[in-house]
Every structure is written in C-alpha cells, then in structure tokens.
Design a protein. Structure first.
Length: 181
C-alpha cells in the first residue's frame, strides 16, 4: 500500500499471505503487513470460511501485541491450530475466504439492553474460564440476546448455560472492525 493510499488496510490479503507461507513451512515474516494507523484495540481474530462454512477462527486478546504480529499469530492459529479442524492445506486455502476482526477494548455489560446484536461481541468469563463470540456470530446464526450469551457461556467458556446471569460471572461487550476479502 502506498503512503498516499487512503483505502482501508488489506488485512485479509496479509493474513492470506501469512497462511500461504505457514502451510508451506516458510518464514511468515516474509509477508509484508499493510500500512495502518495505530489505534487502541482489545484484540484480533482471523476467521476462515470455506464454502460459506467456518473452517477456522482463532485470535488473541492481547492489546499490547503490535497489530501486524497479532494478525500474523491469529492467521497461523486459525489455519493450523484451531482444535475443531485439521490443518488447512495450501490447496484448501485457494477455496477459503479470510476475514480479520480488530476488536475494540471490552467494557462490562451492566444490563442486557446494552447488548446490540450484530454490533457487539461478548466475552463471558468466570475465574480462568473464558469464552468469546464475535459480533457476527449472533447474526450469522439468528440468535437472540439470551441465546447469544447462553451459547457463549456453554460452548466457549465451558460454564453452565445460564452462567451469564450469575453476578460472579463477568460479561464484557466489544465491537469489531471487520475486514473481509
């Protein structure tokens, strides 16, 4: 991207190049990240979709990791270390769409009315157990607010389904800027 280019950074192209290099056991630092302004964030996730279906999704909530490094780590993790799927092959990558979500800092949810489906993602945590759903999960699956929180608690945080209602469970809301191919 040239310094005069005012378009959005092409994070999916960068993530794709990282995955191409990683699946061929090459040095992923050869992938050149796009120029991007520094802004506060709460983490990064890379989602892979093949034939419209999820094929991998991993990320980091480390806001101190440089953005390019966070995207690089999330891309490699989504392609090679998501325990739900086998390692992505170079041939599969050609049929796979890459999506990069840059998360805002998370803030505690005080009331269910604060949650706006499709706009907010959620983090449900209690002690060392934590689960996260990106904002698009609610709309992709047609979930209600209660279903969104219940499924995040049960499926991601491995807590009882209604744990999000318990005052000892922290529910955090965040937004994300999504970059799609």
């Amino acid at each position: 991207m040239s310094s005069g280019d005012t378009s959005r950074p092409d994070w999916p192209a960068f993530a794709r190049r990282v995955i191409q290099l990683a699946t061929r056991s090459c040095d992923t630092r050869r992938a050149e990240p796009p120029d991007a302004p520094r802004h506060p964030r709460g983490g990064v996730f890379v989602s892979l979709r093949k034939g419209g279906k999820l094929r991998g999704c991993m990320g980091t909530l480390d806001p101190d990791l440089p953005l390019a490094d966070a995207v690089r780590e999330a891309a490699i993790s989504a392609a090679m270390h998501d325990p739900r799927y086998p390692t992505l092959t170079p041939a599969e990558l050609a049929e796979t769409k890459v999506e990069v979500s840059i998360l805002s800092a998370a803030a505690p949810m005080k009331d269910l009315d604060e949650l706006v489906l499709g706009r907010h993602g959620v983090i449900v945590r209690r002690g060392k157990q934590r689960g996260l759903f990106l904002p698009q999960v609610a709309t992709d699956h047609g979930l209600s607010k209660e279903e969104f929180l219940t499924r995040c608690a049960a499926e991601k945080a491995h807590l009882p389904p209604d744990a999000w209602r318990d005052p000892s469970t922290e529910v955090l809301l965040f937004t994300s800027e999504v970059f799609r191919e």
